[in-house]
Design a protein around this ligand. Structure first.
Ligand SMILES: [Zn+2]
Length: 84
């Protein structure tokens, strides 16, 4: 697993929705972070190249996993396949 804290100190910045202009892949859940989504950029101080973008819930929840058991809207919207 990709644990940024394995590299020592990390610099965690919150990116506002308007700052998120690209799609990122969250290393925690392996899902996309779509543009326009507020999320965290996690940058190891020693290895800035290894910057990762995390969902807010993923980063917040990685330590307290199982503690609160809080479900942050797990609404899934699937587009059904096209019919021709
Ligand atoms: Zn995630």
């Amino acid at each position: 697993m990709d644990d940024p804290e394995a590299y020592g100190d990390v610099d965690v910045r919150f990116l506002q929705p308007y700052q998120a202009t690209k799609t990122y892949l969250c290393p925690n859940c392996n899902r996309d972070i779509p543009p326009g989504t507020g999320h965290y950029a996690v940058v190891p101080v020693e290895a800035p190249d290894l910057r990762r973008h995390w969902h807010r819930g993923c980063w917040d929840g990685r330590k307290t996993r199982g503690a609160a058991g809080g479900g942050t809207g797990t609404k899934k919207r699937k587009k059904s396949r096209k019919r021709r």
